[in-house]
Write a protein that binds this ligand. Structure first.
Ligand code: SAH
Ligand code: SF4
Ligand code: F3S
Length: 480
């Protein structure tokens, strides 16, 4: 069903008022004590979470917190991921440590948000085992952070019993997109921009649709305004973000397409590089391939998750494409953009995966020749259809396949990276090496990193670099 985006300006105004109210209170405290309260955010998971953390950071800074690089902070937040079981375990491990810090730091607030908090069993466990946590919220109501802090502080004024202080506010879903709240971007020269939230695909192994809700596209004008402002602020590279960017605009009234959005972003002066993440192969249209072929600003990199090379398994995974379709799609993309770097995600050990299925995956990896692949051991996520499937693959078998796959991936990555050896490529300089201040790190359009000597004043500029040697996942280069 098509809809008009609910960008609720009243909600934004309400939150800005609360932010200002807290700011006055924090400023008063600062005048009395001479000390600013500190915050620290630990982000797990994907780019969606990183972008959310920037928004959270924006709200905290506006209230008057200053960022610190240790967890020993007045406000400590874990922005969690739950895509695989080990992501959850890492959070529980860190929380134990946070509790110890809090014992020696009166007034410290510990907050949890992100995908794992959308799972009621995880929240129940936290309430039981980590009662010192102060605030828990989910993926749908990040914009409410200031309000939740306010409620938490009021709870403490009302009662001195710790168990009555905790604030939990988790929404099952929403159609609300609150625009124009504070924002704190990690880099001044590159930025992630959400274009669509949620996912409708329900791949049978994946928990994301349950914790991020249904697809909601942002208004095209809001996206273009945001990118224009970014460009005016000096941003050169934007990464358009969504679980499946190819679905962008299908839910809007009137409908829009991702390819059309790209054409509009391309027109924005100052933006020199455009990336996007992630593309579901089933929705990657010929219209998009044509735009990729014609574009002057799109980077020559596409992340195209394969998951499995076995058509039989792809069907059970609910991926809605076959091995042949994927291979054909890759050749159509390569025809339009011959120099494209392709990366992918692959799951090993999905329920019922046989040696034959696995060999089909190896076959696709060899045929495509990926520039890199993120390989994952299948992890059972309660509530997803795959968790209830028979024939869960034994861990030792999955691990053995995983190691074999990794070898093929590494071979492919090294071979692909050799093609740029002894060439000059344009590089966006991103960072100064922490240990050696004369060493810079930059990124190619293909997304590969380059380390080379240079002055820190180059950070944020796009410059040509000679790539002397490939080390597989990065290059050693020199300035030209
Ligand atoms: N929306 C993106 C990916 C989101 S999750 C997409 O569709 O590509 C990132 C990756 O995690 C997925 O591509 C998949 O390879 C992996 N993943 C998701 N669920 C998993 C599970 N239950 N076990 C192992 N890996 C999983
Ligand atoms: Fe998960 Fe599939 Fe949606 Fe990606 S497209 S987030 S793998 S359900
Ligand atoms: Fe993890 Fe949520 Fe991203 S589950 S991968 S942080 S959408």
């Amino acid at each position: 069903m098509n809809r008009t985006v609910n960008t609720n300006e009243l909600e934004a105004k309400k939150q800005l008022d609360i932010i200002n109210e807290l700011k006055e209170r924090f400023d008063d405290e600062f005048r009395r004590t001479g000390i600013r309260k500190t915050y620290h955010i630990v982000t797990f998971g994907c780019q969606m979470n990183s972008r959310d953390s920037e928004k959270i950071s924006g709200i905290l800074k506006q209230i008057g917190y200053v960022e610190t690089d240790t967890e020993d902070a007045d406000f400590l937040l874990y922005n969690t991921c739950t895509v695989r079981e080990n992501a959850n375990n890492r959070v529980y491990g860190r929380l134990g440590h946070a509790g110890t810090i809090k014992k020696g730091r009166p007034g410290m607030l510990i907050a949890l948000c992100g995908c794992m908090m959308q799972e009621p069993t995880a929240v129940e466990k936290i309430k039981r085992q980590f009662p010192f946590v102060d605030i828990i919220f989910g993926t749908h109501n990040i914009f409410k952070l200031a309000e939740l802090i306010k409620i938490r502080l009021e709870n403490e004024e009302k009662s001195n019993r710790q168990e009555e202080h905790m604030v939990i506010d988790i929404w099952k879903g929403t159609d609300l997109i609150v625009e124009n709240l504070p924002n704190d971007r990690k880099y001044p020269f590159k930025a992630g921009v959400n274009i669509i939230y949620g996912c409708n695909n329900f791949c049978s192994y994946c928990i994301v649709p349950y914790v991020r809700g249904r697809e909601r596209s942002r208004n095209m004008d809001d996206i273009l305004d945001e990118i224009t402002c970014l460009a005016n602020d000096g941003v050169k590279e934007v990464m358009l973000l969504g679980q499946n960017v190819n679905s962008y605009g299908k839910d809007l009234d009137p409908p829009k397409s991702f390819a059309k959005l790209l054409l509009e972003v391309e027109k924005i002066d100052g933006i020199e590089r455009i990336r996007f993440m992630t593309s579901h192969p089933k929705d990657l249209s010929q219209e998009l391939i044509d735009v990729m072929g014609a574009s002057k600003k799109l980077c020559n990199h596409l992340h195209l998750p394969l998951q499995s090379g076995s058509t039989r398994l792809l069907k059970i995974m609910n991926r809605k494409y076959t091995k042949e379709y994927y291979l054909d799609l890759v050749s159509r993309i390569r025809r339009a953009v011959p120099d494209i770097a392709l990366t992918t995600d692959i799951i090993v050990g999905f329920p019922g995966e046989t040696e034959e299925d696995f060999l089909e995956t190896i076959d696709v990896v060899k045929k495509v020749g990926f520039d890199n692949a993120f390989t994952f051991l299948y992890s059972k996520r309660t509530g997803t259809p795959a968790a209830a499937m028979p024939d869960q693959v034994e861990e030792s078998v999955a691990r053995e396949r995983f190691d074999r796959l990794l070898e093929v991936v590494q071979e492919s990555a090294l071979r692909r990276s050799k093609r740029y050896e002894n060439t000059v490529q344009r590089v966006l300089v991103e960072e100064v090496n922490e240990q050696n201040n004369n060493l810079l790190t930059g990124r190619l359009g293909s997304n590969m990193l380059v380390h080379f000597e240079g002055d820190s004043s180059l950070v944020g500029s796009i410059i040509p670099v000679y790539l002397k040697e490939s080390k597989g996942f990065y290059y050693i280069g020199t300035r030209v």
